[in-house]
Design a protein around this ligand. Structure first.
Ligand SMILES: [Zn+2]
Length: 93
């Protein structure tokens, strides 16, 4: 039997993040359009600025990046490869 699907009160349904497999819903960042959860969406933004501006420019944001990776990790499916993608930033200086 198929489960009846109820949209949440905002009328938006849940979807699965294509990076970390987390079942999530739009929080207003536009992350549903790119099929990312809010944490992966932010991390993608940081990854872009790291490749555009270099790792040194992103260094002040390291605690924020670490917090987001921890958030992904805390869901129990590993870090979805984020630690590897930010290894240059996360490495001790
Ligand atoms: Zn995600």
């Amino acid at each position: 039997m198929q489960k009846h699907f109820k949209p949440n009160f905002s009328g938006k349904s849940t979807y699965t993040c294509r990076i970390c497999d987390h079942r999530t819903r739009e929080t207003g960042l536009g992350e549903q359009d790119v099929e990312l959860c809010a944490a992966c969406y932010d991390l993608c933004g940081y990854e872009n600025s790291m490749s555009d501006d270099g790792v040194e420019q992103l260094r002040p944001m390291k605690p924020e990046v670490q917090a987001l990776i921890r958030e992904v990790y805390a869901r129990g499916n590993g870090d979805a490869g984020w630690a590897e993608r930010f290894k240059e930033l996360l490495a001790p200086v």
